[in-house]
Design a protein around this ligand. Structure first.
Ligand code: URA
Length: 185
């Protein structure tokens, strides 16, 4: 592993924050490494930074992020006690879905984050997170409601908060998913 000498998230962030491994580097304002408790038992993984995240350098700080904060509160988690990261660390232009090449280029960063945080539970937000971590291409509706594994961690999936904003009918399913997630925790 190329990052084998790195033993803290802060150290890791400083080593990779000027990454130019893919073209997303050209359009970014800020590299969005991730935020939260470095020793969290719970890791949440989204897709990639949007405009607000790219401006602030922090994950899930826009409208979808506010909804995510509310969802976490509803299952009695604070943002400070969990860790939040994305599949890609730089904003795709116009918020398009990251390409397979971008996901592949960025994936070693997430792998190392998981190695450092050692979460026991991971919640994947949306299809890109599921594809990125588990390589599963089925629809979210087909994948939710089950427990997967990634290394030592149990993994569950739910809709991306931005999908809930576009389609409020999905909120009920998300509520079921996060309650099941809390129960397993
Ligand atoms: N959507 C994501 O997937 N990640 C963020 O950080 C913000 C919005």
């Amino acid at each position: 592993n190329v990052f084998s000498g790195i033993s803290s998230l802060a150290d890791f962030e400083s080593k990779i924050c000027n990454c130019k491994k893919c073209d997303l580097a050209k359009g970014r304002n800020k590299f969005v490494f991730g935020s939260g408790n470095p020793e969290a038992r719970v890791l949440l993984i989204g897709e990639g930074p949007g405009a607000d995240e790219d401006k602030q350098g922090l994950p899930f700080v826009g409208r979808a992020g506010q909804l995510l904060t509310d969802i976490l509160k509803a299952i009695k988690f604070s943002r400070e006690e969990v860790y939040i990261a994305n599949i890609v660390k730089c904003r795709p232009p116009g918020n398009r879905t990251p390409t397979a090449a971008e996901i592949d280029a960025c994936f070693p960063f997430l792998q190392k984050q998981i190695e450092l945080i050692k979460p026991s539970l991971i919640l994947l937000l949306g299809a890109t997170a599921v594809l990125g971590l588990l390589q599963k291409k089925e629809s979210l509706s087909a994948l939710r409601g089950k427990v997967y594994e990634y290394g030592e961690a149990k993994v569950m999936v739910t809709y991306h908060p931005a999908a809930l904003l576009r389609n409020p009918a999905l909120k009920r399913g998300c509520w079921e998913d996060v309650q099941a997630f809390r129960k397993i925790y």
